[in-house]
Ligand binder design. Structure first.
Ligand code: NAD
Length: 323
């Protein structure tokens, strides 16, 4: 078995390579060659932690495994990130465990990749203004991944804490782009060609009337029951694309519009995998508002962990242990 540390995972998987393998995983899902199994996500009743397991199988590659981990709110005090997760890959031919891969960086980079893929297929080609609501850990990965797919020239962002917003601003400016720290979500939403929401909010931050025709939205923050970033009316009015319909309706942004009776699975235009695979049309006009509900699926995690393993073999990184 190979063990890949957090440090090695960072060195092995680039944003561009992550985008390529996640795109393949989404397409395999659409072609029914790959499947995510039901997600386990539980409050532990210990250390205020939330723990989950995401698992799936891609029969085309083939690739089998699981990512386990979650959120430990007290970790920052101990010098660790609050989000902790690890991926275990299995040999699909025998069921033997083949790799243990630290998945903190990989989770962030695969989430950025999903968002960038949606932007590549759904945003207007001339999109140059990026709006980001939320300036935490994920925001920088969202930013870098978006730059790989669209000619972004300026970034407008909002966050409740000024420190995080300023830190995001420094990264944007280091990348040579103009940055505006906005004082409201409305100001961000009203300027963005591509709007990314990536907060743990439990109430709508963006109202339907604030979003301009032609905007593409990646709703990335809602990955658990109860989380919400968008007005359900906005979800009902947009052309909605999902990573996986079952997750979108239960743990994604769409859960609220679904509970309010405003959308069902049949209202979705399709999955992003179907758009990639040519099974479903993406944006239909320059004025349409498109929305990607990115909930995060196991096959994204397995794809980037497998990439790390393949790159480690090439670059002789990682530790091989007898098992
Ligand atoms: P983080 O804790 O590093 O940052 C969150 C940011 O949001 C902070 O800057 C904070 O000031 C701000 N914030 C906190 N509460 C807020 C609220 N109620 N309204 C608006 N802003 C608020 O978190 P992160 O790692 O950047 O993750 C952001 C969200 O993305 C979380 O909900 C996380 O679970 C989710 N996430 C989704 C996926 C996916 O695949 N869809 C993957 C990873 C993380």
């Amino acid at each position: 078995m190979i063990v890949i540390s957090e440090q090695d995972a960072r060195a092995l998987v680039s944003v561009e390579d992550a985008i390529a393998v996640v795109e393949n995983a989404f397409a395999a899902m659409a072609r029914q060659q790959a499947r995510n199994y039901p997600v386990v996500r539980e409050v532990l009743g210990y250390r205020d932690a939330v723990f989950g397991v995401k698992t799936g199988c891609d029969t085309a590659l083939p690739l089998l495994g699981l990512k386990a981990g979650g959120y430990w709110p007290g970790n920052l005090g101990a010098g660790l990130g609050n989000h902790q997760s690890s991926t275990l890959l299995f040999d699909p031919d025998t069921g033997r465990a083949s790799a243990l891969v630290s998945a903190n960086y990989l989770t962030a980079v695969r989430t950025g990749a999903a968002s960038a893929i949606a932007t590549r297929y759904l945003a207007r080609a001339d999109s140059s203004v990026l709006g980001i609501i939320g300036a935490g850990v994920q925001s920088q990965y969202q930013l870098r991944a978006t730059l790989a797919v669209r000619p972004i020239r300026s970034v407008h962002a909002w966050n409740p804490s000024a420190d995080n917003l300023a830190a995001l601003g420094r990264v944007v400016e280091q990348l040579g782009l103009a940055f505006t720290a906005e004082s409201s979500c409305e100001a961000v939403a009203g300027k963005a060609d591509v709007l990314i929401t990536v907060t743990p909010s439990k109430q709508a931050l963006v109202q339907a009337s604030w979003v301009r025709p032609g905007t593409h939205i990646n709703a990335m923050g809602a990955d658990t029951r109860g989380k919400q970033e968008l007005d359900p009316l906005l979800v009902a009015q947009a052309a909605v694309f999902v990573d996986e319909a079952a997750q979108a309706l239960t743990i994604g942004e769409c859960q609220h519009a679904f509970e309010a009776g405003l959308v069902t699975e049949r209202s979705f235009r399709g999955s992003i995998g179907e758009v990639i695979a040519g099974l479903c049309q993406g944006r239909r006009s320059a004025s349409e508002i498109t929305l990607f509900d990115g909930t995060g699926v196991a096959l994204q995690d397995l794809a980037v962990a497998d990439l790390a393993v393949r790159m480690a073999a090439r670059r002789q990184l990682g530790s091989v242990v007898a098992y």
